[in-house]
Design a protein around this ligand. Structure first.
Ligand code: ADP
Ligand code: AMP
Length: 215
């Protein structure tokens, strides 16, 4: 299956993607994780993305679309993928359609994780991310690691992402409303969207998402 996960920053996309990707045996492709890996490896791509990420702005499409395309063309994504954080504006959504059409493929579903803003702010404020692999995510109260400051999965150090600071989060939320939300209507017009209420237990939200994918 080829699936897009949408939702505001902190909605739980990465958390859900980890479980859904495992259940569906498809790779979890997060453009945010790809950018962070490039930054920690000191690549040119990472250098061009960093200032935008630090400010809570979108990285330009000229950088983002090529990176996402390269990842989707890796052999492990031949039978499907779960996109998390891409597309994030209408031109990325149109580019994704073109990439898929050129390969005679299409999307199967778009899952819109719906969480109210107050909750998203609490989730982001308490989020702790692994330095070794930013797909490993915890929360100081909702999903604490077994040992404080240490990743359960790989032993990496947990830290608070710079762009999870209050000021940057405010900007990321306004960027979400202005640039990303319009893709939901774009996909609704294609009959692809399932809205998933995303407040509550992580496992219950995964169950709702799996149920929506059966339809
Ligand atoms: P996103 O990828 O959408 O930015 P994350 O998956 O990183 O969001 O989740 C943001 C924060 O909220 C993390 O600290 C995560 O542990 C926590 N979280 C995710 N899902 C839930 C949930 N259902 N209830 C409470 N906290 C959650
Ligand atoms: P995320 O890990 O999804 O919260 O993304 C963190 C940051 O990476 C965002 O605030 C953007 O600066 C950047 N980013 C991630 N995905 C994209 C995308 N599809 N387009 C542009 N910027 C992105």
């Amino acid at each position: 299956m080829r699936i897009v996960l949408v939702g505001p920053p902190g909605a739980g996309k990465g958390t859900q993607a980890a479980f859904l990707a495992k259940n569906l045996s498809i790779p979890h492709i997060s453009t945010g994780d790809l950018f962070r890996a490039n930054i920690s490896q000191g690549t040119e791509l990472g250098k061009s993305a960093k200032s935008y990420m630090d400010a809570g702005e979108l990285v330009p499409d000229s950088v983002t679309i090529g990176m996402a395309k390269d990842r989707m063309e890796q052999p492990d994504a031949a039978n499907g993928f779960l996109l998390d954080g891409f597309p994030r504006n209408l031109s990325q959504a149109e580019a994704l359609d073109e990439i898929l059409q050129a390969a005679d493929l299409s999307l199967d579903a778009v899952l819109d994780l719906e969480v109210e803003e107050d909750e998203v702010v609490k989730r982001i404020a308490g989020r702790r991310t692994c330095r070794k692999d930013s797909a490993h995510v915890f929360h100081v109260t909702y999903a604490p690691p077994k040992a404080e400051g240490v990743c359960d999965h790989c032993g990496g150090e947990l830290y608070q992402r710079g762009d999870d600071s209050e000021d940057t989060v405010r900007n990321r939320l306004s960027v979400y409303h202005a640039e990303t939300e319009p893709i939901i209507d774009y996909y609704k017009a294609q009959g692809l969207v399932s809205t998933i209420p995303a407040l509550g237990e992580v496992a219950e939200i995964t169950r709702r998402a799996m149920e929506a994918l059966k339809k």
